[in-house]
Design a protein around this ligand. Structure first.
Ligand code: 3PG
Length: 306
């Protein structure tokens, strides 16, 4: 059995070594395709793979067509919007993610981006502190919960909105549950996005919602660029000189934002929330174990294309 690790943005070496060890102990073989620049390289590499581990790599119908032996794809991470689930199901390929494995890394980056923004991008001028500020966590999943845990250490007042999460889960973490996105944005000085990119959420962070935020508002995005209505974000930031946006996912309109909103906008050059040795090890090894358990025992616990 052959497992392809196809990562345009590679894992740390220590994670690749760990994946190899899990695979070899199960009598499976690893093949590595890193930093590929051409889709054809992926199409060639996947041709004889039984299983595949990817990150944000696009797995569409063309890749699945080329993968004649493929039985399982693991998205080593949380969001699986990069994988065409319908095509995978049609090809009888099981798709899984590794929920929770990289969430601390993403949460730490979210807080790092907050500090960077409120300290004026370390430009030497006087900024503000996070202590006492109202933080709104938009979606209370694995990353949202870690953001709450860390933000508590900063002394922030924490609110969350998540249509799918019961109040009790927030209350036990001393987080105040709110019951609409509108209320969250109205109440909070800083909003941290942790929603997945779905048909329902794409473009949902729009001017009407963001306009509700108080003066000096800061929006932090370590989720997906697709959830932002970028045209409306530009409109809002043009009208509101106080509004700031920091993101770990470079927007399509990055050049315009960087040019027009200097000192109020920052984007990392490459998504790096999950780019830590620890997150790579956790997600990579979980992926390898899930593959072995699926191929040997048929375990489909983390399947997302049911
Ligand atoms: C995820 O969904 O797990 C994160 O966005 C991390 O993505 P990455 O593996 O491409 O860094």
């Amino acid at each position: 059995m052959k497992i392809l690790i196809a990562t345009e943005k590679p894992f740390a070496k220590i994670a690749v070594d760990g994946i190899k060890q899990v695979a070899e102990e199960a009598g499976m073989q690893i093949c590595l395709l890193e930093k590929y620049t051409d889709k054809q390289q992926l199409l060639d590499a996947v041709a004889d793979a039984d299983a595949m581990i990817v990150r944000s790599d696009i797995i569409d119908a063309q890749v699945l067509d080329a993968a004649k032996q493929l039985k399982i794809v693991i998205r080593a991470g949380a969001g699986y919007d990069n994988i065409d689930l319908e095509a995978a199901t049609a090809h009888k390929v099981c798709v899984m993610n590794t929920p929770g494995q990289n969430s601390n890394a993403v949460a730490e980056l979210a807080l790092g981006l907050m500090v960077y923004a409120v300290r004026n991008f370390y430009n030497g001028t006087s900024g503000t502190e996070l202590k006492g500020k109202r933080l709104g966590i938009h979606a209370y999943g694995n990353v949202g919960r870690n953001v709450a845990r860390i933000a508590k250490g900063f002394g922030m007042e924490i609110f969350a909105y998540d249509a799918y999460c019961p109040d009790e889960a927030m209350l036990k973490d001393n987080v105040t549950p709110l019951h609409s996105a509108e209320e969250l944005y109205e109440k909070c000085d800083i909003v941290s996005l942790h929603i997945p990119a779905t048909a329902e959420t794409k473009q949902s962070i729009n001017k009407a919602l963001l306009s509700r935020m108080p003066k000096g508002a800061l929006l932090v995005n370590t989720a997906r660029k697709e959830v932002i209505n970028e045209d409306e974000l530009i409109e809002l930031m043009t009208e509101r000189q106080d509004f700031r946006y920091v993101t770990d996912i470079m927007p399509a309109c990055h050049d315009k934002l960087a040019e027009d909103f200097k000192g109020r906008y920052f984007a990392t050059p490459k998504k790096m929330g999950a780019q830590t040795a620890e997150a790579n090890i956790n997600a990579g090894i979980a992926a390898a174990r899930q593959i072995v358990d699926f191929l040997k025992n048929g375990n489909r616990k983390f399947q997302v294309n049911k």
